[in-house]
Design a protein around this ligand. Structure first.
Ligand code: ADP
Ligand code: MG
Length: 589
């Protein structure tokens, strides 16, 4: 076949594949164009997660009638004024967004500049200009995009749920709104006003309203402001106390020169800053803004521009770590108010179930002198002290051996026929709970535990959306959930195996996990991730004294549980030292 240059139309569609993966990318590009045009007011309207339509309306400088057709040409931009890629002060500079979006949608741009008496409207269908006419509006621009991806079904196939697309759009909107408190922002979804953020004053860097919208009500009373600058480098923002944390880094909003970024080095620096104060695997919530001289950062890495290169990475990391550490070290309150409240609430709700489970456990011991009911014992509540320590003859022959001791309240030492095994009780139990839940589901024998006092869990709107979207999935593994008001869910029952879990944290973590895996996963994958996240909550936490019986019950359970040699996060659950290994250590061999 002859070699030929691709047509502009095809090139734009290819480029759309990079710039526009989903409606949220369009929302981002359009809002950024509005900001670049010096708008002080931006309104976003979405229908059906943006799939049906997206409208972004601003009061910025506008586009003149004569330039309007040029705006949708590839590599046409008004922003790279002195042809210098080293000094980028705008969001845009590639001139790629409008042509890419136009190529996969029907687009209408209405715009008016100050010195023009009338507005002009340009209609574009799948990249082709259909008409341009005089129109009417105040200074500014309104871009409306509909029928996205209609002719690109491969892409459409991946966009399954309106609700998830809406969540992504909201996320993009919030990230930008938080970094521009001097701009009024409105978001309207399917005819309903969702956010209405007022102008916060020209010198106002941090907006409480916008942060509450992103991180929830708790954030404001459980966070502190940071601010520092040196040699033209600056950092400011609001960071959560170590006690307000979540299971993923999703609630970390990071910006370089007001551009929302995702950067491993910066995430790493934040992790390091909190390393001594936050439990492993938990992440703080924060909005951190870095101000770096434009000549010292390179944003020209990828069209979606969330990656970034720094001239002096170490300096940037250093500033982050030292500013955050010193802010945290000044904190005197060891535990946040919110966590204290949660603790008392959870305990109150469970007083009776503690008592009940204690009775059942004691009954098990009494009734079964020879055969211990391991299943029930594993599912124990706060440790039940038995009167005497029983010796189980012969269990040393079992693969996981006989429990002899517990140390650091998290490790069990067991003796086997040819050595010892050290077991991480929390990790091991987490795996057992997970496998048990999977098995119950497979056998269609889901056991639920009705909460004595149903718990109201308030969720961010993105989390609420995923929970509602996955109602049936939750139900299929034993959760009973209802909608409660505009922003909460009511939890009536949880899987039996999670008895005693902190329901608030459990639901929030699972919602977060689901939000992150997105729509492209099968139901089974979703169930797997709900179960993985949940099982941690049903598991014996480290820091619990266990009786010898409880330890042995755990070991027996491990022997019959698939994959029990590694926890749900891939870490080992037990380590064996054979007599041989031990003798080598003592140089006897
Ligand atoms: P870029 O933002 O990289 O320049 P775009 O394709 O997003 O490329 O936009 C092309 C051009 O259209 C911009 O450079 C700008 O001149 C103009 N433009 C787009 N949106 C707006 C807007 N909301 N207000 C004013 N001008 C706009
Ligand atoms: Mg742009």
């Amino acid at each position: 076949m002859a070699i030929r240059i691709l047509s502009d139309d095809i090139i734009n569609q290819i480029s759309a594949g990079e710039v526009v993966e989903r409606p949220a990318n369009i929302v981002k590009e359009l809002i950024e164009n509005s900001i670049d045009s010096n708008a002080t007011k931006i309104e976003v309207f979405l229908r059906s997660g943006g799939l049906q339509s997206i409208i972004v309306n601003d009061n910025g400088n506008g586009i003149s009638e004569s330039e309007l057709p040029t705006s949708i040409l590839r590599y046409a931009t008004s922003k790279l004024t002195n042809n210098n890629l080293n000094e980028i002060n705008n969001f845009g500079f590639r001139g790629e967004a409008l042509p890419a979006i136009a190529s996969i949608s029907n687009m209408k741009i209405i715009s008016k500049i100050q010195n023009q008496n009338y507005a002009s409207v340009l209609e574009v269908e799948r990249g082709k200009i259909i008409s341009q006419k005089p129109s009417n509006r105040d200074k500014g621009t309104s871009v409306s995009v509909d029928s996205i991806f209609e002719k690109t079904p491969a892409r459409l196939k991946f966009l399954k749920s309106n609700r998830i697309e809406t969540s992504h759009c909201k996320d993009v909107f919030l990230k930008i709104a938080i970094s521009h408190p001097h701009i009024e922002f409105k978001l309207n979804i399917d005819g309903k006003n969702i956010y209405n953020f007022n102008y916060e004053g020209a010198n106002y860097l941090i907006s409480s309203d916008r942060m509450i919208a992103a991180f929830g009500d708790d954030f404001i009373n459980n966070s502190l402001e940071i601010s520092y600058s040196k040699n033209g480098y600056g950092i400011y923002g609001k960071i959560s106390y170590p006690t307000l944390n979540s299971s993923t880094s999703f609630n970390q909003f990071l910006y370089v020169n007001k551009r929302s970024i995702k950067d491993k080095k910066i995430l790493g620096a934040i992790k390091a800053a909190y390393s001594e104060t936050i439990p492993k695997g938990r992440f703080p919530m924060l909005a951190v803004f870095l101000e770096i001289p434009t000549s010292s950062v390179d944003v020209n890495v990828h069209p979606s521009k969330t990656e970034i290169r720094f001239e002096d990475e170490r300096m940037v990391s250093g500033i982050i770590v030292s500013t955050i550490r010193s802010a945290i070290s000044e904190l005197t309150r060891p535990i946040s108010k919110n966590i204290e409240q949660n603790l008392t609430f959870t305990n109150k709700g469970q007083v009776k179930s503690f008592e009940e489970s204690k009775n059942t456990n004691i009954k098990n011991y009494n009734e079964t002198t020879d055969t211990i009911n391991f299943d029930k014992q594993i599912n124990f509540q706060p440790s039940v002290k038995t009167k005497e320590t029983k010796n189980f003859p012969g269990i040393i022959d079992y693969p996981m051996g006989a429990a002899r001791a517990q140390f650091l309240k998290n490790y069990i030492i067991s003796e086997t026929k040819n050595g010892i095994i050290v077991i991480d009780q929390h990790a091991a139990h987490e795996r057992i709970v997970k496998e048990e839940m999977l098995l119950q589901r497979k056998n269609k024998k889901i056991q639920s535990q009705i909460l004595l006092i149903p718990e109201v869990v308030k969720l961010s709107s993105a989390h609420l959306d995923v929970v509602l979207d996955n109602f049936e999935t939750f139900k299929s593994i034993g959760f009973e959930i209802e909608i409660f008001g505009d922003d909460s869910v009511l939890i009536r029952a949880i899987p039996d195996l999670l008895n005693g879990a902190n329901v608030q944290e459990l639901i929030k973590d699972v919602a977060q996990e689901l939000f992150e895996i997105g729509t492209q996963n099968s139901i089974d994958q979703k169930i797997d991730s709900i179960i993985s996240t949940s099982s941690c909550y049903g598991s014996v936490r480290s820091g619990r004294d266990l009786s010898i019986e409880e330890m042995n019950a755990l070991l027996r359970k491990m022997e019959t549980t698939p994959n029990s040699n590694q926890c749900n996060h891939g870490r080992p659950t037990s380590i064996k030292l054979s007599i041989n290994d031990i003798e080598k250590l003592f140089k006897r061999r």
